[in-house]
Design a protein. Structure first.
Length: 242
């Protein structure tokens, strides 16, 4: 007989079955978001943590202060975009910012005020962070807002190394800050409604407690099943020498 002890085997079976039943419920669209859309339990939890993460990721005011340090700083460089098809749009972004720029295949050459470039990129990121895609689209004659964010990313990212080659270290650091703390959050959190942790303490605490208990639930079910099958871990006896 495979079952060595019935009691722990039954407890483990009940725990595992109930665990799987609840897991199936979590995969069903039984929850609703603020707009009334049906979500699975996992999607709802993911949305909540995305909203809380966005609420604590608004760094743009600080980025604007950093950009002021490079206002009027003239730069001239050529970068190669990893996505060559974005080169024409990158040129359009630069020209809209008041900078001379031309594209040659996947390479973009530009010359002008670094402060103007980074201010424009930060403005677009700020609009996306606040879910104002229409404002960005109108600014660039109908270009999709997320495509604009991608063009900024693929343009500014290689610019860091090019500026470092020109010994413009502090300027490269500001470009990096605009990328990481403005362009990236603006793109990643677009369409997410921000929320503050202080306003959802009980919800967040409840979800974390549930996660811990649910994990223990699964662990104990496996432990009990194994014990019922005679696979429990025991301390080995110390062999005494004669």
């Amino acid at each position: 007989m495979l079952i060595h002890e019935k009691a722990p085997f039954i407890r483990g079976s009940l725990l595992l079955i109930s665990f799987l039943v609840l897991f199936a419920v979590l995969l069903m669209p039984v929850m609703r978001d603020e707009s009334g859309n049906h979500l699975t339990g996992l999607q709802y939890a993911d949305n909540v943590f995305n909203e809380l993460s966005k609420g604590s990721s608004y760094f743009i005011p600080g980025v604007r202060e950093s950009v002021k340090k490079v206002d009027g700083k003239q730069v001239q460089t050529t970068v190669t975009l990893k996505k060559a098809d974005l080169a024409p749009l990158a040129v359009a972004l630069l020209q809209k910012a008041g900078v001379d720029a031309v594209a040659d295949g996947g390479k973009v050459s530009f010359k002008g005020d670094l402060g103007l470039i980074l201010t424009s990129a930060t403005d677009d990121a700020d609009a996306l962070y606040h879910n104002d895609a229409d404002g960005v689209t109108k600014k660039y004659d109908g270009q999709p807002a997320l495509k604009v964010a991608a063009a900024w990313w693929y343009l500014l990212s290689p610019s860091i190394k090019e500026l470092q080659k020109q010994h413009m270290i502090s300027e490269a650091q500001v470009v990096d800050q605009v990328l990481r703390r403005a362009v990236e959050p603006g793109n990643n959190f677009y369409s997410v409604i921000p929320a503050k942790v202080s306003e959802h303490v009980w919800l967040m605490s409840g979800m974390l407690i549930f996660y811990v208990l649910y994990t223990l639930w699964y662990g104990f079910s496996i432990f009990e099943l194994f014990e019922g099958l005679g696979l429990a871990m025991t301390k080995s006896k110390v062999k005494q020498e004669s």
